[in-house]
Design a protein around this ligand. Structure first.
Ligand code: SF4
Ligand code: SF4
Length: 546
């Protein structure tokens, strides 16, 4: 595998990495990880684990790689000591601002509670899919990065902190090594918040990762390229993080409408910019390019149910992505205001969020802090609307058309974080005779491993990490759910009503050849609904990797 230590650098013992080691080891890899560290998957996936990508010499020479041998963020090596000091000072200032009401108007209270009340019982560790999949690497322990932050706060923001810290166990120096390792470490957490749910007092170590990302972004200008330059910046400039402008998105939807008519025999014309519509549907625009059958299925269902709906061609109004949720409050706010303005302009009754988990969290809850006064717009999940439609009697269904094994992935942001658990299950129990739950499921689900923006991040050797470490527990759950028919003879469907989860699941299934070995494909919820419609004569589900 491509660790920096392949070049002969000294590697710190992985067994006893202490919290204070984060700032003490120069350029060395603090805690290397590779495929040999991971727990064994069920047969036949236990026969061989894919090798990890080697980092190129050019990468190793150019970017910082001092945490675990994985490079998600490509921080350029500093030119000189002055540059190092400049960033360390920015971090120190950011640390202070993170704890101020005026500078952290979004998450200060839960952050302070999480920093101040941890009793160090370690009950959260086993809940973390990253920690367990890695074979228990110290640096991935949910409390590790929280404890680093806690000690830095105590030393650098409290009166007499430096003096006092000298006498306490585990003093951490704020230096270039500390901040670069901590930056990478903030991107080894999927923000799934499973640890917060396991904690007896609700300490949110996921929030701590997120707030660290915010500090790095807002104070140092450091953020994952895929989330910032290619994410929110592109979305605000062009209209969508996919790069589609208004003309391109309309063209693509027109093509999807035609395709749907060919596939199903049902004529659909997606409405654009319909003033006064009841529903403004906002998809994650990635669906339009990568999974066009999903917006196509939505159009068929909404039309068949007689819903008064529209899409918006306003810039950002046709893309529900909001990667600011994962790393930056300012970018989060800019995007969310655009969504509300698109709804206001069309005078719709409400926005309905399509099948996208982080869009749900950003749009339905976190944005409450921003969308006040004139910007307060009604917002709803597509899952509750779909439940209403399916049980309204307006569409005739034949569940026998879905008579194949189906299981459900619970997107963390929709289920654990928003509590939308039952609507999607009621639909699947009704329309899919062979529906079975994963273990555990609902609010106890495991993240797909693509949470917090990871699904769109594939630099250097990070794909190996996010798929085989981040997604390992999920893959095991999927295989276990179909353990009664494990082979390729029976086609099986994994329902994942979230665009980012689907991106990660596609990579996960491809990485381990799951379609070939187990004949498991994946897709959204609306595809299953359309597949069961009596009026749709041909099978809508495609048994292929897409
Ligand atoms: S975060 Fe909660 S569960 Fe984890 S060690 Fe602290 S108190 Fe215990
Ligand atoms: S939020 Fe999820 S990935 Fe992050 S530390 Fe908690 S359990 Fe682990």
């Amino acid at each position: 595998m491509g660790r920096c230590c392949d070049r002969g650098d000294e590697v710190v013992s992985t067994k006893k990495v202490r919290v204070k080691d984060i700032g003490k080891r120069g350029d060395e890899v603090l805690c290397p990880i590779g495929p040999e560290d991971l727990f064994e998957l069920p047969p036949p996936y236990n026969e061989s684990e894919p090798a990890w990508k080697e980092l190129s010499e050019a990468t190793i020479d150019k970017v910082v790689c001092n945490l675990d041998g994985v490079v998600a963020l490509s921080i350029p090596k500093p030119k000189d000591e002055a540059e190092e000091k400049e960033y360390v000072e920015k971090f120190r200032i950011g640390l202070t601002k993170l704890l101020e009401k005026n500078n952290n108007w979004t998450f200060l209270q839960p952050l302070m509670l999480s920093l101040e009340y941890c009793v160090n019982c370690q009950s959260c560790n086993e809940a973390c899919p990253v920690f367990t999949s890695s074979g228990g690497k110290e640096i991935y322990r949910p409390t590790y990065r929280a404890e680093v932050l806690r000690r830095l706060v105590a030393k650098y923001t409290k009166p007499g902190g430096k003096l006092f810290s000298r006498f306490t166990h585990g003093d951490i120096d704020l230096n270039w090594t500390t901040i670069t390792r901590l930056y990478e470490l903030a991107y080894r957490c999927t923000l799934c918040r499973r640890c917060a749910q396991a904690c007896p007092i609700g300490i949110d170590n996921g929030l701590i990762s997120r707030e660290l990302r915010k500090l790095f972004s807002q104070e140092l200008g450091w953020a994952a390229k895929e989330l910032h330059e290619k994410g929110t910046v592109l979305q605000l400039e062009v209209g969508s993080s996919t790069g589609m402008n208004e003309v391109v998105v309309k063209d693509n939807i027109e093509f999807i409408d035609e395709d749907m008519a060919d596939e199903t025999g049902i004529e659909v014309t997606t409405p654009w910019d319909k003033e006064g519509a009841d529903v403004l549907l906002i998809h994650n625009a990635g669906e339009i390019l990568s999974w066009p059958e999903n917006p196509g299925a939505f159009a068929i269902i909404l039309d068949a149910a007689g819903i008064d709906w529209t899409l918006s061609s306003e810039s950002v109004g046709y893309d529900g992505v909001n990667y600011g949720l994962f790393y930056d409050d300012v970018q989060l706010s800019r995007v969310t205001v655009k969504h509300a303005e698109a709804a206001k302009k069309l005078k719709v009754n409400k926005i309905v969020a399509g099948e996208c988990g982080h869009q749900h969290k950003a749009m339905l809850t976190v944005s409450d802090r921003v969308l006040t006064g004139d910007l307060a717009v009604k917002r709803e999940s597509c899952l509750t609307l779909l439940e209403e439609i399916v049980f309204s009697g307006k569409i005739e269904f034949d569940p026998s058309k879905n008579d194949f094994p189906v299981t459900l992935h619970d997107p963390c942001n929709i289920v654990r974080n928003l509590g939308i658990v039952e609507p999607q299950r009621r639909i699947l129990r009704y329309l899919c005779p062979q529906f079975r739950e994963m273990t555990p499921h609902g609010v106890d689900n495991y993240c797909c491993g693509g949470g917090s923006g990871f699904a769109v991040m594939s630099p250097n050797n990070f794909t190996d990490w996010r798929v085989s470490v981040g997604g390992r527990m999920k893959l095991k759950q999927i295989l276990d759910a179909f353990a009664d028919q494990p082979g390729p003879e029976v086609p099986k469907y994994l329902c994942a009503p979230c665009s980012n989860c689907k991106g990660q699941i596609r990579d996960l299934l491809q990485y381990y050849d799951v379609l070939e070995k187990s004949n498991i494909t994946y897709g959204g919820l609306v595809e299953l609904i359309v597949n069961a419609m009596v009026d749709v004569k041909k099978p809508f589900i495609k048994w292929e990797m897409h």
